[in-house]
Design a protein. Structure first.
Ligand code: PGA
Length: 254
């Protein structure tokens, strides 16, 4: 079984001062929990401060994006080389990047490869839009996203995959645990085809989309779901700690 895994995606929220306050608020309790990989993904400008605040604890840090080149004349971009001194993980292909910044699967593929080349662990996001689910194409869409994102990618040991149906993100309308479990089982099969059973079984699979401290249990009780990528609720210290605690409790019994 893959390691239970909870990541908090703060998105474009928190000033530097707010990020520091949020980490200070949750750091103690979060560090004391056991058996779950827990990752905070603040905005770029807070990465250094957050990394320093969690140094020496089991809390890990991730970035929300990266550029696919390691250095050069790309004004305004942040490279994998810069990130690897500050964090271990990086979110790649979030649906907001796909929708607002026109990132397609080819871009996602380049970013994934650039991330692992620099020693970062990518959290690859996939997920269908509402119309795609309603027309019965969710599995086909997710399969195609995975296939294109992972073309020529071989580092299963570094990979984390998050299934985030676009219609569930920030809407308060989470997928049902059954729906998430079914899609995760499909994703696990596709990863087995790509990497073989053993490496694929070690890849943490996260559900994302309106996860809260109230609904996390239902998701992590589904065996194919190893954890969650949490947006809104990760900005509330008590909620995020509770999500990690519940995951630890449920997985310790499985
Ligand atoms: P949400 O966001 O938890 O606020 O729905 C999840 C995400 O976008 O990763």
């Amino acid at each position: 079984m893959a390691t239970p895994f909870i990541a908090g995606n703060w998105k474009m929220n928190t000033t530097l001062r707010e990020a520091v306050a949020l980490v200070r608020e949750m750091r103690g309790e979060l560090a004391r929990l056991d058996g779950v990989e827990r990752v905070l993904c603040p905005p770029f400008i807070s990465l250094a401060a957050v990394s320093e605040l969690v140094a020496g604890t089991p809390i890990k840090v991730g970035a929300q994006n990266l550029f696919h080149e390691q250095k050069g004349a790309y004004t305004g971009e942040v490279s994998p080389l810069m990130l690897r001194d500050l964090c271990e993980y990086v979110i790649v292909g979030h649906s907001e990047r796909r929708a607002c910044f026109h990132e397609d699967d080819a871009v996602v593929n380049r970013k994934l490869k650039a991330a692992v080349a620099a020693g970062l662990r990518p959290i690859l996001c996939v997920g269908e839009r509402l119309g795609e689910r309603e027309s019965g194409r969710a599995e086909e869409v997710v399969t195609a996203q995975l296939h294109r994102a992972l073309e020529g990618y071989s580092d299963a040991a570094s990979l984390v995959v998050a299934y985030e149906p676009v219609w569930a993100i920030g809407t308060g309308k989470a997928a049902t645990p059954d729906m998430a479990g079914a899609m995760m089982a499909l994703i696990r099969r596709r990863l087995s085809e790509a990497f073989g059973d053993n490496p694929a079984n070690g890849i943490p699979l996260l559900y994302g989309g309106s996860v809260t401290s109230q609904n996390i249990r239902g998701f992590v009780e589904q065996p194919p779901v190893d954890g969650a990528l949490v947006g809104g609720a990760s900005l509330r210290a008590a909620d995020f700690v509770e999500i990690v605690r519940t995951t630890a409790q449920v997985r310790a019994r499985m």
